[in-house]
Design a protein around this ligand. Structure first.
Ligand code: CTP
Ligand SMILES: C[C@](O)(CO)[C@H](O)COP(=O)(O)O
Length: 226
């Protein structure tokens, strides 16, 4: 299974002056943890890292240090996650019929989760890892006044990996470009195009390292895995 890792962000919410994926957690760059999990997942056979060229040298050093046995390619990132993933799709080898997409910033996803998604995508054209929400969610209007309280049993928090049929996902991205859709994940493009996306049980610990608090939580979770 081909895996694309969007890693071309700026990390604005982290307040960092460089790509947050190069920040250290337990003395190793965040992206190293993501790569270790991908390397350990038996069903992943090829890895494309989508990144800004300014980070390529650091990434090459990390790739060498991790001694990855799988082919790894660096692909130029775009100005949004959506653009970066589209660049990744265009750079996939012609033989790739299905693809998993996993945020570099979700460095705690386990090899088991990659494998579960890789197996499940054989039976679906679109899937995402997701977990049921634990909080009661409120929908508010522009003044912050609550409009409704959706039934929590129908609410899931989206994670990655997300997996798709490559041809369909490319078409959805191209429709998105024509229509000017701006989305935060690939499943949203699939949904908007009318294709179904199924849920694979995600992992409670599969957080996206977004803010400085997440760095501390990631540090804690990884320390429990040693
Ligand atoms: N132009 C972009 C923006 C984001 N990403 C990647 O998409 C994933 C999820 O994005 P997010 O956590 O929002 O990362 P950043 O964009 O770096 O963070 P922020 O939104 O706080 O700036 C990350 O692995 C990030 O590197 C990307 O490949 N290309
Ligand atoms: C794809 C994603 O990781 C699913 O949770 C997420 O939507 C991307 O990042 P953002 O923080 O929502 O921009």
């Amino acid at each position: 299974m081909h895996l694309l890792i969007p890693a071309a962000g700026m990390g604005r919410r982290m307040g960092s002056d460089r790509n947050k994926l190069l920040l250290l957690v337990r003395s190793q760059p965040i992206i190293s943890w993501t790569l270790k999990a991908a390397e350990a997942a038996n069903f992943i056979s090829w890895i494309g890292i989508i990144a800004q060229p300014t980070d390529w040298q650091d990434l090459q050093t990390i790739i060498q240090k991790e001694k990855l046995t799988k082919p790894v390619e660096l692909i130029e990132g775009g100005s949004t996650r959506q653009e970066s993933v589209y660049n990744g799709l265009l750079a996939l080898p012609a033989a790739a019929e299905q693809v998993l997409i996993h945020d570099g910033a979700r460095c705690l996803a386990t090899p088991d989760l990659f494998n579960a998604c890789a197996l499940s995508i054989r039976h679906h054209s679109g899937l995402i890892a997701a977990i049921p929400v634990k909080d009661t969610i409120k929908v508010v209007d522009e003044n912050g006044i609550i409009q409704s309280t959706p039934d929590r049993r129908r609410l899931f928090a989206a994670q990655t990996p997300q997996g798709f049929d490559v041809k369909l996902l490319k078409q959805c991205h191209e429709t998105g470009i024509r229509q000017g859709w701006e989305v935060t994940d690939d499943a949203a493009l699939f949904e908007k195009c009318g294709y179904s996306v199924t849920i694979v049980q995600g992992e409670e610990t599969n957080l996206k390292v977004t803010t400085p608090q997440d760095l501390a939580i990631a540090e804690f979770i990884l320390s429990g895995r040693e």
